[in-house]
Design a protein. Structure first.
Length: 245
């Protein structure tokens, strides 16, 4: 069975990852925009002959380390890794649009990149207005054993994109665009009787991860001491910084 890895980008409180306040007074977090599309697509895929591996934290509480995400995808031997994001850099102009990244320009990845771009733009209409098909040395593109794609679904500081990407209907169109691409690319078929569980349920074809946190400190020295103690006991521990309000 085809295995597709879905990665909804950053955590809810990742510093700086939000819409520009001059355009969106709510400063909507990128996490919300990313996970909304992923969750809609994940729901649609429940009725198809495909297994979905979700490697981010669906609650957004933890910004799962990139190495953890790619390690899971590699261990599960996924057929395709899809990383969902929204970009910034338009600086309150009308620049922006959808961008699709792969690690290099080999023929198979160029074809994959174009198919995704064509499907998403065809469903959502947010055409890339600079160089929409690109390469990048991103961890999730470089360290995955399978083909991997990272997509920016629009710009969070664009006067043109931001009002569009905030709409629920745009997230719906993106999920439809992703589904249409995946059905065509993998020749997926709907499976009669397969679970159409609501978003509050988990069907058999969705893998679940459980994250454990051991302590949270305002004083970095206390965090370093706990990491040292955990490593001495054989646990793999890291310090992760997160801003809070």
């Amino acid at each position: 069975m085809v295995k597709i890895c879905l990665d909804a980008g950053h955590g809810i409180n990742t510093p700086g990852k939000r819409c520009n306040k001059n355009i969106d007074s709510n400063e909507t977090r990128e996490w919300f925009l990313n996970q909304r599309i992923v969750s809609k697509l994940q729901e649609k895929l429940k009725s198809y002959n495909v297994e979905v591996i979700r490697v981010d934290d669906p609650s957004g509480a933890q910004d799962v380390p990139l190495k953890t995400r790619t390690d899971i995808a590699n261990r599960e031997k996924c057929n395709l890794y899809l990383s969902f994001h929204h970009d910034a850099g338009a600086n309150c102009t009308d620049a922006g649009g959808i961008s699709v990244f792969t690690y290099d320009n080999r023929e198979s990845l160029s074809k994959l990149r174009y198919m995704i771009y064509k499907s998403l733009v065809g469903h959502g209409g947010l055409t890339g207005r600079s160089t929409p098909l690109r390469t990048a040395d991103f961890h999730v593109l470089r360290e995955t054993a399978m083909d991997a794609v990272l997509v920016e679904h629009g710009f969070m500081d664009s006067t043109k994109d931001t009002p569009v990407i905030l709409n629920e209907s745009y997230a719906d169109s993106m999920a439809e665009g992703w589904l249409a691409f995946l059905v065509e690319y993998f020749n997926l078929e709907q499976v009669s009787g397969k679970s159409q569980a609501s978003s509050g349920q988990v069907s058999d074809n969705v893998s679940t991860m459980y994250y454990v946190q051991c302590g949270a400190f305002k004083n970095k020295a206390n965090a370093e001491k706990l990491v040292k103690d955990l490593k001495a006991k054989g646990f793999d521990a890291i310090i992760k910084e997160q801003a809070y309000e």
